[in-house]
Write a protein that binds this ligand. Structure first.
Ligand SMILES: O=C(O)CCC(=O)C(=O)O
Length: 418
């Protein structure tokens, strides 16, 4: 039996490798044909439409297959849990597209007072916001950050005086804890002005490092861990513990290795070996760093052929833990292998952190059903409803992290349903 499982697994792997090769070849043909007729816009538009037609067809088939698989799974789990899941997911989806209008009439989450009271008045919603304030990174520091990034694929910057930009990290951390106590996932910290003031400061770090104007992807999220004793399930907002890449090589770099985007991770409590810090694999230890056509590129860690083994496809000996005091900006290339560790029972304060992706403004960004990428000035104009959309979109974007370990914990968001 064991040998059959192994053969099946190897065949599957070969299948993936073949499929990637075929897709790359197809992509190359399409792009070359477009290049050949680029002085004829009508022809170019025709070829692009043809190509998109194929991609849509494929996406439809894959969504259909995923839906079938989900329905099959649903039949095998308790219908009770299945129904609850659908109710929450349906509500989240409608908030992503319609904002606070999707909440029942009179829902407290549609009011500023509710959110400000939850933050004990320490954070605000709807105050005046200022996009003009800039963080000025001295040239020598910029060069040192660029050198760190170029060498290892990641950087650490701990020189930002957050208080000077009106960002009280302690108040943010306390509010994330209050959100947790009230049943809200940590991504709802983006309901508050101060989380957006923090994001705007990051523009001043990312732009000089990438040497280009950048925009914020709508995939921002937040983490609020609990000690393993308090909660050992994968509820929303817990660490992403499997080694992974945020994007593949070509989504995150030009062909010559110049980065198109930067993933940013910022702890608002100290992040320690005890309470859950980040781990990275410096690119020198990652043989698949650039190999986005290969089977393992987006699978640096997967379950092995039996339930007790894990298959790792990077030099794990070179992995590095990055403990970081509150307010340290960690950044990495989108294709760098990384993960976040859980909070150990010995830790007194579980780690809380925020995560963002900034992408060069001349590069195509991700498209979502809800809010799209933002310029710095646009983050000053987000109202309560749009912030709700972003927080719910974040849950939907990352839900695979929560479904894969035992289940998507609907009980983590009762306030939305109340
Ligand atoms: O905070 C964590 O546990 C993981 C963060 C992460 O993997 C990410 O932001 O991409």
């Amino acid at each position: 039996m064991k040998i059959f499982t192994k053969i099946k697994y190897q065949l599957k792997r070969e299948g993936w490798a073949k499929q990637n090769m075929i897709r790359d070849r197809e992509e190359r043909w399409a792009l070359e044909s477009i290049l050949e007729c680029c002085d004829d816009p009508i022809k170019v538009a025709g070829l692009v439409r043809l190509r998109l037609g194929h991609l849509d067809r494929r996406a439809k088939r894959e969504t259909g297959e995923a839906k079938h698989a989900q329905e099959d799974r649903k039949d095998t789990v308790s219908t009770n849990k299945g129904e609850q899941f659908t109710e929450v997911e349906t509500l989240l989806r409608s908030i992503v597209t319609d904002g606070s209008e999707a909440l029942r009439a009179g829902h407290p989450a549609a009011t500023v007072d509710y959110w400000e009271a939850l933050a004990a008045g320490r954070l605000h919603l709807g105050g005046s916001q200022d996009a003009s304030q800039e963080v000025a990174i001295p040239q020598s520091e910029r060069e040192s950050l660029q050198a760190q990034l170029g060498q290892g694929g990641y950087l650490q910057c701990s020189t930002i005086a957050w208080g000077a930009y009106g960002v009280d990290l302690e108040a943010i951390a306390a509010t994330m804890e209050a959100l947790k106590q009230a049943g809200w996932p940590p991504g709802f910290i983006f309901m508050y002005d101060e989380a957006w003031a923090l994001a705007r400061v990051l523009w001043g770090v990312v732009q000089p490092v990438l040497g280009h104007e950048v925009e914020l992807e709508p995939s921002l999220t937040a983490f609020q861990l609990s000690t393993s004793q308090e909660n050992d399930t994968k509820t929303i907002g817990k660490n992403f513990g499997w080694p992974h890449r945020d994007y593949n090589f070509s989504e995150s770099n030009y062909a010559d290795g110049t980065p198109k985007c930067l993933s940013i991770w910022l702890p608002v409590t100290d992040a320690t070996l005890d309470n859950g810090c980040m781990y990275v694999v410096p690119k020198e230890f990652d043989p698949e760093y650039e190999l986005d056509g290969s089977y393992g590129h987006m699978r640096p860690a997967i379950e092995g052929s039996d339930s007790l083994s894990t298959e790792l496809r990077f030099g794990f000996q070179g992995s590095r833990a990055l403990p970081a005091p509150a307010g340290t900006v960690l950044a990495w290339h989108g294709n760098l292998v990384h993960w976040g560790s859980p909070c150990h029972c010995t830790a007194s304060t579980p780690r809380a952190s925020l995560a963002f992706t900034f992408r060069r403004s001349d590069v195509e960004s991700m498209h979502t059903k809800g809010p799209q990428k933002m310029k710095k000035s646009e983050t000053c104009e987000l109202n309560l409803s749009q912030r709700l959309q972003l927080a719910c979109q974040s849950i939907m974007l990352y839900k695979s992290w929560y479904t894969s370990q035992p289940s998507f914990d609907v009980d983590a968001i009762p306030p939305l349903l109340a």
